[in-house]
Design a protein around this ligand. Structure first.
Ligand code: 2HA
Ligand code: ZN
Length: 271
Protein backbone atom coordinates (compact mmCIF):
# COMPACT_ATOMS: atom_id res chain seq x y z
CA UNK A 1 0.00 0.00 0.00
CA UNK A 2 1.25 3.48 -0.86
CA UNK A 3 1.28 6.07 1.91
CA UNK A 4 -1.35 8.04 -0.03
CA UNK A 5 -3.74 5.09 0.25
CA UNK A 6 -3.74 5.03 4.05
CA UNK A 7 -7.14 5.92 5.45
CA UNK A 8 -6.03 8.89 7.55
CA UNK A 9 -4.36 10.47 4.53
CA UNK A 10 -7.40 9.91 2.30
CA UNK A 11 -9.64 11.44 4.97
CA UNK A 12 -7.25 14.40 5.36
CA UNK A 13 -7.37 15.02 1.60
CA UNK A 14 -11.16 14.80 1.56
CA UNK A 15 -11.64 17.11 4.54
CA UNK A 16 -9.21 19.73 3.20
CA UNK A 17 -10.94 19.64 -0.18
CA UNK A 18 -14.36 19.99 1.47
CA UNK A 19 -13.03 22.93 3.53
CA UNK A 20 -11.78 24.61 0.34
CA UNK A 21 -15.22 24.16 -1.25
CA UNK A 22 -16.76 25.78 1.84
CA UNK A 23 -14.83 28.97 1.06
CA UNK A 24 -12.76 28.88 4.24
CA UNK A 25 -9.31 28.64 2.63
CA UNK A 26 -8.59 31.40 0.12
CA UNK A 27 -5.02 31.43 -1.25
CA UNK A 28 -2.75 30.10 1.56
CA UNK A 29 -5.33 30.82 4.28
CA UNK A 30 -5.82 28.30 7.07
CA UNK A 31 -3.97 25.18 8.17
CA UNK A 32 -4.75 21.72 9.55
CA UNK A 33 -2.84 19.20 11.66
CA UNK A 34 -3.54 15.60 12.68
CA UNK A 35 -1.78 13.57 15.41
CA UNK A 36 -1.21 10.00 14.21
CA UNK A 37 -2.32 6.99 16.26
CA UNK A 38 0.25 4.44 17.44
CA UNK A 39 -0.99 2.01 14.79
CA UNK A 40 -0.59 4.60 12.00
CA UNK A 41 2.86 5.51 13.33
CA UNK A 42 3.92 1.86 13.08
CA UNK A 43 2.74 1.61 9.46
CA UNK A 44 4.27 4.90 8.22
CA UNK A 45 7.73 3.89 9.57
CA UNK A 46 8.48 2.04 6.32
CA UNK A 47 7.81 5.15 4.19
CA UNK A 48 9.58 7.87 6.17
CA UNK A 49 13.10 9.26 6.26
CA UNK A 50 14.28 10.35 9.72
CA UNK A 51 17.62 11.79 8.52
CA UNK A 52 16.56 15.49 8.49
CA UNK A 53 17.80 17.99 11.08
CA UNK A 54 15.54 19.11 13.90
CA UNK A 55 14.15 22.69 13.87
CA UNK A 56 12.96 24.57 17.01
CA UNK A 57 9.17 24.75 17.40
CA UNK A 58 9.37 27.99 19.44
CA UNK A 59 7.39 26.54 22.35
CA UNK A 60 7.75 23.46 24.55
CA UNK A 61 5.20 20.64 24.17
CA UNK A 62 6.58 17.93 26.45
CA UNK A 63 3.61 15.56 26.24
CA UNK A 64 3.94 15.45 22.43
CA UNK A 65 7.49 14.05 22.55
CA UNK A 66 8.13 11.51 19.77
CA UNK A 67 4.64 12.00 18.29
CA UNK A 68 4.03 12.26 14.53
CA UNK A 69 1.73 14.83 12.90
CA UNK A 70 0.37 15.30 9.41
CA UNK A 71 0.49 19.07 8.77
CA UNK A 72 -0.25 21.48 5.95
CA UNK A 73 2.63 23.54 4.57
CA UNK A 74 3.50 27.19 5.12
CA UNK A 75 2.42 29.34 2.17
CA UNK A 76 0.74 26.33 0.57
CA UNK A 77 -2.79 26.48 -0.78
CA UNK A 78 -5.30 24.08 0.81
CA UNK A 79 -7.05 23.81 -2.55
CA UNK A 80 -3.89 22.18 -3.98
CA UNK A 81 -3.68 19.34 -1.45
CA UNK A 82 -5.86 17.08 -3.58
CA UNK A 83 -3.67 17.92 -6.61
CA UNK A 84 -0.28 17.11 -5.05
CA UNK A 85 -0.07 15.85 -1.50
CA UNK A 86 3.70 15.81 -0.94
CA UNK A 87 4.21 19.39 -2.14
CA UNK A 88 1.57 20.80 0.21
CA UNK A 89 1.50 18.49 3.24
CA UNK A 90 4.12 16.70 5.33
CA UNK A 91 4.64 14.34 8.23
CA UNK A 92 6.68 15.76 11.10
CA UNK A 93 8.13 14.12 14.21
CA UNK A 94 8.55 15.89 17.56
CA UNK A 95 11.84 15.24 19.40
CA UNK A 96 12.10 13.59 22.82
CA UNK A 97 12.12 16.94 24.64
CA UNK A 98 9.06 18.39 22.87
CA UNK A 99 11.09 21.41 21.68
CA UNK A 100 11.97 20.59 18.06
CA UNK A 101 10.40 18.98 15.02
CA UNK A 102 11.73 17.43 11.83
CA UNK A 103 10.09 16.65 8.50
CA UNK A 104 10.07 12.91 7.86
CA UNK A 105 7.90 12.79 4.73
CA UNK A 106 6.46 15.26 2.19
CA UNK A 107 6.82 19.07 2.12
CA UNK A 108 9.18 18.49 -0.80
CA UNK A 109 11.32 21.18 -2.46
CA UNK A 110 12.22 22.90 0.81
CA UNK A 111 8.67 23.53 2.02
CA UNK A 112 8.07 24.10 5.75
CA UNK A 113 5.15 23.25 8.07
CA UNK A 114 2.40 25.83 8.60
CA UNK A 115 3.40 29.23 10.03
CA UNK A 116 0.87 28.49 12.79
CA UNK A 117 2.75 25.38 13.97
CA UNK A 118 3.24 26.83 17.52
CA UNK A 119 -0.54 27.42 17.88
CA UNK A 120 -1.32 23.96 16.49
CA UNK A 121 1.16 22.10 18.69
CA UNK A 122 0.36 24.07 21.85
CA UNK A 123 -3.35 23.36 21.30
CA UNK A 124 -2.62 19.66 20.60
CA UNK A 125 -0.58 19.49 23.79
CA UNK A 126 -3.35 21.02 25.92
CA UNK A 127 -6.12 18.98 24.31
CA UNK A 128 -4.16 15.72 24.51
CA UNK A 129 -3.82 16.25 28.27
CA UNK A 130 -7.40 17.47 28.75
CA UNK A 131 -9.09 14.66 26.79
CA UNK A 132 -6.92 11.74 27.81
CA UNK A 133 -5.44 11.59 24.32
CA UNK A 134 -8.80 11.56 22.49
CA UNK A 135 -8.41 14.83 20.54
CA UNK A 136 -6.14 14.45 17.51
CA UNK A 137 -7.07 17.30 15.16
CA UNK A 138 -6.54 21.06 15.16
CA UNK A 139 -8.09 22.98 12.27
CA UNK A 140 -7.65 26.68 11.54
CA UNK A 141 -10.00 28.16 8.95
CA UNK A 142 -10.77 31.64 7.65
CA UNK A 143 -14.49 31.28 8.32
CA UNK A 144 -16.19 34.23 6.63
CA UNK A 145 -19.20 34.75 8.89
CA UNK A 146 -17.41 34.21 12.20
CA UNK A 147 -14.79 36.74 11.11
CA UNK A 148 -17.53 39.20 10.13
CA UNK A 149 -19.09 38.88 13.59
CA UNK A 150 -15.79 39.85 15.27
CA UNK A 151 -16.34 43.35 13.82
CA UNK A 152 -19.79 43.65 15.37
CA UNK A 153 -20.16 41.61 18.58
CA UNK A 154 -18.14 42.39 21.73
CA UNK A 155 -14.97 40.26 21.74
CA UNK A 156 -16.25 38.18 24.64
CA UNK A 157 -16.51 34.39 24.47
CA UNK A 158 -19.64 34.40 26.61
CA UNK A 159 -21.47 36.67 24.16
CA UNK A 160 -20.29 34.67 21.12
CA UNK A 161 -21.35 31.39 22.75
CA UNK A 162 -24.81 32.61 23.72
CA UNK A 163 -25.50 34.34 20.38
CA UNK A 164 -24.33 31.37 18.32
CA UNK A 165 -26.15 28.81 20.49
CA UNK A 166 -29.34 30.76 19.83
CA UNK A 167 -29.00 30.51 16.06
CA UNK A 168 -29.63 26.75 15.79
CA UNK A 169 -31.23 24.43 18.32
CA UNK A 170 -28.51 21.77 18.23
CA UNK A 171 -25.58 24.17 18.76
CA UNK A 172 -25.38 23.73 22.57
CA UNK A 173 -25.32 19.97 21.95
CA UNK A 174 -22.52 20.25 19.36
CA UNK A 175 -20.37 22.76 21.31
CA UNK A 176 -21.43 22.54 24.97
CA UNK A 177 -18.08 23.93 26.17
CA UNK A 178 -18.70 27.20 24.32
CA UNK A 179 -16.34 29.49 22.43
CA UNK A 180 -13.22 31.43 23.41
CA UNK A 181 -12.19 34.67 21.70
CA UNK A 182 -8.61 35.90 21.27
CA UNK A 183 -8.42 39.67 20.61
CA UNK A 184 -6.53 40.76 17.49
CA UNK A 185 -2.90 39.61 17.70
CA UNK A 186 0.00 39.13 15.30
CA UNK A 187 -0.41 35.59 13.91
CA UNK A 188 2.30 33.00 13.50
CA UNK A 189 4.19 32.93 16.79
CA UNK A 190 4.48 31.78 20.39
CA UNK A 191 2.44 34.64 21.86
CA UNK A 192 -0.77 33.91 19.95
CA UNK A 193 -0.12 30.19 20.53
CA UNK A 194 -0.16 30.78 24.31
CA UNK A 195 -3.33 32.92 24.15
CA UNK A 196 -5.04 30.23 22.04
CA UNK A 197 -3.86 27.44 24.36
CA UNK A 198 -5.22 29.22 27.45
CA UNK A 199 -8.69 29.20 25.87
CA UNK A 200 -8.33 25.63 24.56
CA UNK A 201 -8.21 24.55 28.22
CA UNK A 202 -11.93 25.41 28.39
CA UNK A 203 -13.28 25.31 24.81
CA UNK A 204 -13.06 23.30 21.57
CA UNK A 205 -13.59 26.48 19.49
CA UNK A 206 -11.35 29.54 19.67
CA UNK A 207 -11.98 32.55 17.44
CA UNK A 208 -9.12 34.87 16.46
CA UNK A 209 -10.69 38.32 16.10
CA UNK A 210 -10.61 39.68 12.53
CA UNK A 211 -8.74 36.56 11.37
CA UNK A 212 -10.39 33.12 11.71
CA UNK A 213 -11.26 30.13 13.86
CA UNK A 214 -9.44 27.23 15.57
CA UNK A 215 -11.35 24.00 16.26
CA UNK A 216 -10.16 20.92 18.14
CA UNK A 217 -11.71 17.47 17.91
CA UNK A 218 -11.32 13.71 18.19
CA UNK A 219 -10.98 13.09 14.47
CA UNK A 220 -11.02 14.85 11.10
CA UNK A 221 -14.76 14.36 10.49
CA UNK A 222 -15.81 15.67 13.90
CA UNK A 223 -13.47 18.67 13.74
CA UNK A 224 -14.66 19.60 10.25
CA UNK A 225 -18.25 19.13 11.47
CA UNK A 226 -17.63 21.41 14.44
CA UNK A 227 -16.17 24.14 12.23
CA UNK A 228 -19.09 23.74 9.80
CA UNK A 229 -21.70 23.94 12.59
CA UNK A 230 -20.30 27.06 14.29
CA UNK A 231 -19.70 28.82 10.97
CA UNK A 232 -23.24 27.99 9.78
CA UNK A 233 -24.61 29.39 13.03
CA UNK A 234 -22.57 32.56 12.39
CA UNK A 235 -24.03 32.76 8.88
CA UNK A 236 -27.55 32.66 10.32
CA UNK A 237 -26.65 35.38 12.83
CA UNK A 238 -25.21 37.58 10.07
CA UNK A 239 -28.49 37.15 8.14
CA UNK A 240 -30.61 37.85 11.21
CA UNK A 241 -28.62 41.01 12.01
CA UNK A 242 -28.87 42.06 8.35
CA UNK A 243 -32.67 41.68 8.52
CA UNK A 244 -32.82 44.09 11.43
CA UNK A 245 -32.20 41.71 14.33
CA UNK A 246 -34.14 39.08 16.28
CA UNK A 247 -37.91 39.42 16.78
CA UNK A 248 -38.04 36.16 18.78
CA UNK A 249 -35.48 33.60 19.84
CA UNK A 250 -34.62 30.49 21.87
CA UNK A 251 -34.91 31.50 25.55
CA UNK A 252 -32.82 30.44 28.52
CA UNK A 253 -35.70 28.22 29.69
CA UNK A 254 -35.86 26.65 26.23
CA UNK A 255 -32.15 25.77 26.62
CA UNK A 256 -32.85 24.25 30.07
CA UNK A 257 -35.60 22.09 28.49
CA UNK A 258 -33.19 21.10 25.70
CA UNK A 259 -30.64 20.00 28.31
CA UNK A 260 -33.29 17.77 29.96
CA UNK A 261 -34.53 16.38 26.62
CA UNK A 262 -31.04 15.57 25.37
CA UNK A 263 -29.72 14.55 28.77
CA UNK A 264 -26.78 16.97 28.54
CA UNK A 265 -25.32 19.63 30.81
CA UNK A 266 -25.77 23.20 29.62
CA UNK A 267 -23.51 25.62 31.48
CA UNK A 268 -25.70 28.17 33.32
CA UNK A 269 -23.06 30.86 32.80
CA UNK A 270 -24.17 31.14 29.16
CA UNK A 271 -27.91 31.28 29.98
O1 2HA B 1 -1.92 32.01 5.89
O2 2HA B 1 -3.96 31.21 7.97
O3 2HA B 1 -2.89 32.30 10.09
C1 2HA B 1 -1.99 30.98 6.79
C2 2HA B 1 -2.79 31.44 7.92
C3 2HA B 1 -2.09 32.16 8.98
ZN1 ZN C 1 -5.04 32.27 9.42
Amino acid sequence: MALQDMKFIKTFVKITHDAWLKGWHERNGGNISYRLTQEETNIIKEYIDESAEYTPIGIKVENLANEYFLVTGSGKFIRNISVCLEENVGLIKIDEKGENYKIVWGLVNGARPTSELPSHLNSHSIKKAATNGKHRVIMHSHTTNLIALTFVLPLDGKVFTRELWEMATECPVVFPSGIGVVPWMVPGGAEIARATGELMNHHDIVIWAHHGTFCSGDDLDLTFGLMDTVEKSAEILVKVLSMGGKRQTITSDNFRDLAKGFNIEIDEKYL
